[in-house]
Design a protein around this ligand. Structure first.
Ligand code: HSE
Length: 305
């Protein structure tokens, strides 16, 4: 096999109380990429459709992660990467992570899978760092399916968390751009001890609720007392969207990654669709264009098309 076409999905990082450590994978929105094995050594970005992104390998997140893997394995071939970008950069649903993980996933398949998921996540994190300004692995880890918790970055340790079967996400993506590096820059460097305790308790009980299919506990745990108060200021009508989702029965709602997308988790597709209609109404009254997606949690992650 010399060529592979893949679907690299969008992801939701942080999931309210799990800043920089928790993430989950979506299945209704994502990029497509074609990765090709060629004789000429090196990594080349050969096509980018959808958005205006750099072709220079070292300036492109897919190129940087590909190079990180290439330098380790040093194969006697090269790779070309075509990117069909559907996830808007700066949307908060893991646009850079999809590119960064997609290239290394595809190369790994063409080379006969020399690397495992954790090693691929490590290479992808190098690409993701170009977009974030620091190494954060919550979006890239989630690309390998379901809910994931990044236990540590150095050395990289990722835990797979089960995902209840009837869990759906509704994501609204207002068409404004928030750069991850900028929305990180507004965060405080220190937090109150009482807030840290609340956040730890919520994250622990959220993870427990995922293991035990306990939707009631999930609902009580999906709260963020540390990051949301700061980043919500960057998202127009944030609390109106959140309240509309909660009023329609969402288990919880929060900022997806670094925003501006807002996610809601729901038990069952009927509730997820009702939440979609309610939050669409909020944004329809504004002049801001938006996309909205309802998705089951994708437990497979990146896949071959
Ligand atoms: N955890 C990261 C953040 C996700 O919220 O800044 C974006 O990479």
């Amino acid at each position: 096999m010399n060529e592979i076409k893949i679907f690299s999905p969008a992801t939701v990082a942080n999931v309210a109380c799990g800043f920089d450590v928790l993430g989950f994978c979506l299945d209704s929105v994502g990029d497509e990429m074609v990765i090709r094995k060629v004789e000429k050594k090196g990594i080349k970005i050969t096509k980018i459709k959808g958005f205006d992104l750099p072709f220079e390998t070292e300036l492109n997140v897919a190129g940087v992660s590909a190079l990180a893997m290439y330098e380790v394995i040093n194969p006697d071939c090269g790779f070309e990467i075509d990117i069909y970008k559907k996830i808007k950069p700066g949307s908060g649903i893991g646009s850079s992570a999809a590119s960064a993980a997609g290239s290394v996933f595809g190369m790994n398949e063409l080379l006969g899978r020399p690397f495992n998921k954790t090693e691929l996540t490590q290479f992808a994190t190098k690409g993701e760092a170009l977009a974030n300004g620091c190494e954060v692995a919550d979006n890239v880890a989630a690309l390998f399916g379901g809910f994931t918790l990044v236990k540590s970055i150095q050395p990289l340790e990722v835990l797979q968390i089960p995902s209840p079967n009837n869990l759906y996400a509704t994501i609204i993506h207002p068409q404004i751009e928030i750069k991850t590096s900028e929305s990180r820059a507004i965060l405080p460097t220190q937090v109150k001890l009482s807030d840290a305790i609340t956040q730890m308790a919520n994250l622990g009980s959220l993870v427990h609720s995922l293991h035990t299919n306990n939707y009631k506990l999930m609902q009580k745990s999906l709260h963020d007392v540390i990051i949301e108060p700061h980043r919500s200021k960057l998202i127009p009508h944030y609390y109106e969207v959140k309240n509309a989702a909660l009023n329609e029965g969402a288990l919880g709602s929060g900022i997806s990654g670094s925003g501006p997308s807002v996610f809601s988790l729901c038990e069952g597709i009927e509730t997820a669709n009702k939440v979609r209609d309610a939050i669409s109404k909020v944004y329809s009254k504004t002049r801001i264009e938006f996309d909205i997606h309802v998705s089951k949690i994708n437990t497979e992650g990146i896949k071959i098309l």
